[in-house]
Design a protein around this ligand. Structure first.
Ligand code: ATP
Ligand code: MG
Length: 362
């Protein structure tokens, strides 16, 4: 019998999971909030409100295993369902809350930026006086693509920031003057087998990922990142793809955050690795053997954000450029698709990447 993988969420990550499913003889049923989600052409859909316990327990009746395309879930409604949930709800809970996440990482002796959690305007003011500028204030839950964050470069009116960030629990974090940002995408099977993709180097603008390049060839850093992610995933008894974002400072890595799911910085693996992060996530949660995480060459991934580039016609026929169009309407800051380049050498990859960025004016 073909297994049915239930995915909470039906955006572009579910779409790409859906693209990987047929080769593995798996079916995907995704829970969508509306009838016209991004994933509609690659998965079966059930429409319902994912914060409704009744909807989740009905959904669970229709699937063999449950997984997530995003971590903004109400974890308490996922208890006592009669299907396996991978990754487990405790892991998702930690990854969705910056306070739990940073303390969890600290307890594992994984460096994180200095931080204070604050519950009131007075606590916010006290925390900021203990930090140097710049520092960054983040909501502890619900942020993505740099949303729910304020960078303070100098003394600023904190009352308005407190109001703007919805008077929620916040975290004040030291701004790290990193050399670069890297992420490690790992996949762990039910039996504890774990594989790692090579590190990806990530370039952000305005808090949003613009470009990822992989492999970031640095054996020592790769080993250090693998050591940290092994600790994290063993401690959580994690199953599926897990991504950890790091700030690299010299030979050190500082964990920024973790994502309990397939990740934008791993999209290059679709064309650029033997087995993609999407295929490996499905393999892990369905109990199939993991596939090779070896790269096929040197890849770069470019996010298309906000609107489709006007000069698109000029690059669309390049044989080495792969297009993923999420078929979403334009909107400021929205991820509409991505492009992947795979080349034989890092130099050739960088040259092709620059060519595409220049033509598209990105
Ligand atoms: N403490 C920091 N020091 C330096 N840069 C930071 C810091 N915190 C965040 N940034 C920058 O902002 C980006 C987004 O921050 P972060 O990853 O915390 O937010 P997010 O909204 O959860 O993002 P994501 O889309 O990855 O979920 C980081 O990748 C980094 O470029
Ligand atoms: Mg991030």
């Amino acid at each position: 019998m073909t297994q049915i993988i239930g995915v909470i969420g039906a955006g572009q990550l579910a779409k790409m999971l859906g693209e990987a499913a047929p080769d593995l003889d798996l079916n995907i049923l995704a829970l969508a909030n509306d009838a016209d989600p991004c994933a509609k052409n690659t998965v079966e859909l059930m429409i319902g409100d994912e914060i409704d316990r009744q909807v989740i327990s009905d959904f669970a009746q229709h699937v063999d295993v449950l997984t997530f395309e995003h971590e903004q879930i109400k974890t308490e409604i996922f208890h006592d369902l009669n299907v396996p949930i991978y990754p487990n709800v405790a892991a998702v809970r930690i990854a969705q809350n910056r306070d739990l996440e940073k303390n969890f990482l600290k307890d594992l002796d994984i460096p994180v930026p200095p931080f204070f959690v604050v519950n009131s305007l007075a606590e916010l003011e006290a925390a900021v006086t203990k930090m140097d500028y710049p520092c960054v204030i983040k909501t502890i839950e619900g942020g993505y693509d740099g949303k729910g964050q304020k960078v303070l470069k100098q003394k600023t009116d904190l009352a308005s920031i407190w109001r703007e960030l919805k008077e929620a629990i916040l975290i004040v974090e030291a701004w790290i003057n990193f050399d670069r940002e890297v992420s490690l995408v790992a996949v762990r099977a039910v039996n504890g087998d774990i594989l790692f993709y090579p590190l990806s180097e990530n370039l952000h603008r305005d808090g949003i990922l613009r470009v990822s390049k992989a492999p970031y060839d640095d054996t020592k850093l790769q080993q250090l990142a693998e050591k940290y992610v092994t600790k994290i995933s063993n401690k959580l008894d994690y199953v599926g793809v897990l991504t950890v974002e790091f700030f690299q400072c010299g030979e050190q890595l500082m964990a920024n955050e973790m994502a309990p799911r397939v990740h934008n910085s791993g999209h290059w693996t679709i064309e650029g690795a033997q087995c993609s992060q999407f295929s490996n996530h499905l393999r892990a949660v369905s109990g199939k053997p993991l596939g090779s995480t070896k790269p096929k060459g040197y890849s770069a991934m470019i996010n298309i954000i906000g609107q489709w580039p006007k000069q698109w016609e000029k690059v669309k026929n390049l044989s080495w450029l792969y297009l993923h169009d999420y078929a979403k309407a334009s909107r400021v800051g929205r991820k509409l698709g991505h492009l992947t380049i795979v080349a034989a050498t890092a130099q050739e990859r960088d040259q092709k990447l620059q060519q595409v960025l220049d033509v598209l004016e990105l």
